[in-house]
Design a protein around this ligand. Sequence first.
Ligand SMILES: C[S@@+](CC[C@H](N)C(=O)[O-])C[C@H]1O[C@@H](n2cnc3c(N)ncnc32)[C@H](O)[C@@H]1O
Length: 240
Amino acid sequence: MSLPPANTAHHDAPQPPDRDALVRQRSVAKYARRAAAYDASCGPTMPIRARAVALLRLAPGERVLDVGCGTGLSLPLLRAAVGATGAVIGFDHSEAMLAQARARVAQAGWRDVTLVGCAAQELAAQPALAVRVDALLFHYTHDILRSPRALAAVLACARPGARVAVAGIKYFSGWLAPLNFWVYLKNLGYNGAPGELRSPWDRLAPRLHDWHFEPTQWGMGYLACGLLRAEAGAPAEAVR
Ligand SMILES: C[S@@+](CC[C@H](N)C(=O)[O-])C[C@H]1O[C@@H](n2cnc3c(N)ncnc32)[C@H](O)[C@@H]1O
């Protein structure tokens, strides 16, 4: 795996102060409509999910955060990896999605899985995350990756050196690029901020070292991992 060319063009682009609120509002509305059929639509990406979890190299007893956990499709894999002595914490701002995750946990009788209904931007106030986690899973969490505030709050929940895995959708490059309007439309149905698909990881990658990246799905997806740099543990308040 190799590091793709960095795209730093829009790292520091000024954003209107209410952008996060607007994006979140759209996201919650979209997932209220999508939640019931969400799991059925995830079949093609289940192998990528398994690979992303494997990249975390979880060990029994560790604490892992499932970022924007949705309906909880990653929870069985994460829980199997950290075992009954570990802890899995998932959060999501969509009550419609989280209701399914809660049902999944209740049905399985998992007491070591904690689900939190909140926005990434509000994580600092969550007692379940008072102890920093050993690993972070970002599986198809585009809106969170694209919000500097949300991303900073998530990274502040992890210890320095924490293992991070990220998977998601991106634009094709090269000769398949003419298909990118279709990629945009595909993403539009899910995310509150459907654009910025050229390098959606480019706010996360600089916060990690030992970064590994590979395109998936013929270039329409990506899978990457790295280790959280020490300075990334700064309190989320610092960037508000
Ligand atoms: C494409 S779904 C992925 C869900 C899950 N990670 C999976 O792989 O199945 C994106 C999820 O991120 C959640 N989300 C988006 N923005 C968020 C935010 N700012 N705070 C918390 N959750 C957010 C959405 O509600 C949705 O459940």
